[in-house]
Design a protein around this ligand. Structure first.
Ligand SMILES: Cc1cc2nc3c(=O)[nH]c(=O)nc-3n(C[C@H](O)[C@H](O)[C@H](O)COP(=O)(O)OP(=O)(O)OC[C@H]3O[C@@H](n4cnc5c(N)ncnc54)[C@H](O)[C@@H]3O)c2cc1C
Length: 284
């Protein structure tokens, strides 16, 4: 279908981009990779009066790695994450998750900021930011602010962003070299959105788990943290008993709806299996 009519602007500075968004009474939208927004416009789910293209804002394209962690500019593309060899040690959970995003054509255009702004509950990147306690830096007409990932997602395709706010950076905390992690996703075909996926990491404390972080996507209205599973893991050795308890706690933590892709009961069972497999991978 043809897109509805819209105006287009391609600003060269962040302040200009914010001013353009603020001038359209909430009817303007940033355009990043266009891989979610353009199909939504084609289906008339979104009809912004102005698209503010972010592609000339060079400061949003950078990947920075320091002792504080990894900072991804909002318009860093999936392909750039997968191509940056430094991220395989600086943020291996991110890389493992992004390997499951879509097909290569979409990975060449889609951006990490666009994904979290879009807030699909089955998308991988929102799961990464929630699991890793990331901070989301945004700038709007009222200035800059930082939103904890835990407070960013408010529902399917709904976030804490104001209409004039642009995500500038995603800040992921430092990743110790010996941290253990697992990412497991089940989708009908490689590259489809997850029916369910589990993301987890922990630090090894003399054979016992410390600092467990467990997240899930595809099983709720937003990406989820699973504190009941973290509680099972912290202080435990990863053995069959712990794995079984973690699997049961994961299933009990979620209450997904039925939809055209799967029943809620199926997704509930599936997230337990994903947590089990992710734990086995992490321990191995
Ligand atoms: C066939 C297909 C398969 C896909 N499969 C997957 C998948 O398996 N997993 C997955 O995670 N995704 C998948 N996607 C989505 C893809 O990853 C998108 O690229 C991503 O969701 C949105 O990123 P984008 O840069 O294309 O954003 P856009 O489409 O340009 O924008 C999406 C939304 O975010 C807003 N936005 C964009 N950037 C910013 C910013 N910096 N600040 C504030 N708001 C902003 C836009 O205004 C819009 O509302 C798929 C897409 C397609 C077409």
């Amino acid at each position: 279908m043809k897109l509805p009519a819209f105006e287009y602007a391609c600003p060269t500075s962040l302040s200009e981009a914010v001013a353009l968004l603020a001038s359209h009474d909430g009817e303007a939208k940033p355009l990043a990779g266009g891989q979610s927004l353009v199909p939504m416009m084609a289906f008339r789910v979104a009809s912004p009066s102005l698209l503010v293209d972010l592609r000339k804002l060079a400061e949003l394209r950078q990947i920075k790695i320091s002792e504080d962690g990894v900072t991804l500019g909002a318009t860093v593309r999936w392909r750039e994450i997968l191509d940056d060899q430094r991220l395989r040690t600086a943020q291996p959970l991110l890389v493992a998750a992004i390997e499951h995003v879509a097909q290569y054509q979409i990975r060449n255009r889609g951006t990490c900021g666009g994904s979290i702004a879009h807030a699909d509950p089955a998308a991988e990147m929102p799961g990464v930011v929630v699991t890793c306690d990331a901070k989301i830096a945004v700038t709007g007409k009222a200035g800059a602010r930082v939103i904890d990932a835990a407070n960013f997602f408010e529902g399917p395709l709904m976030t804490a962003l104001q209409p004039d706010e642009i995500i500038t950076e995603i800040r992921l905390p430092a990743w110790p070299a010996k941290r253990r992690f697992g990412f497991q996703e089940f989708a009908r075909r490689r590259g489809d959105f997850a029916l369910a996926a589990a993301l987890l990491f922990y630090d090894d404390d003399g054979g016992k788990v410390r600092n467990a972080h467990v997240g899930a996507v595809g099983v709720g209205d937003t990406p989820l943290r699973l504190p009941a599973v973290e509680q099972v893991l912290n202080g435990s050795v990863i053995d069959e008993t712990t794995i079984n308890k973690a699997e049961a706690a994961a299933c009990a933590s979620v209450d997904p709806n039925d939809d055209i892709h799967a029943s809620g009961a199926y997704r509930k069972a599936l997230i337990g299996v994903m947590v089990e497999r992710a734990l086995r991978a992490a321990a191995a």
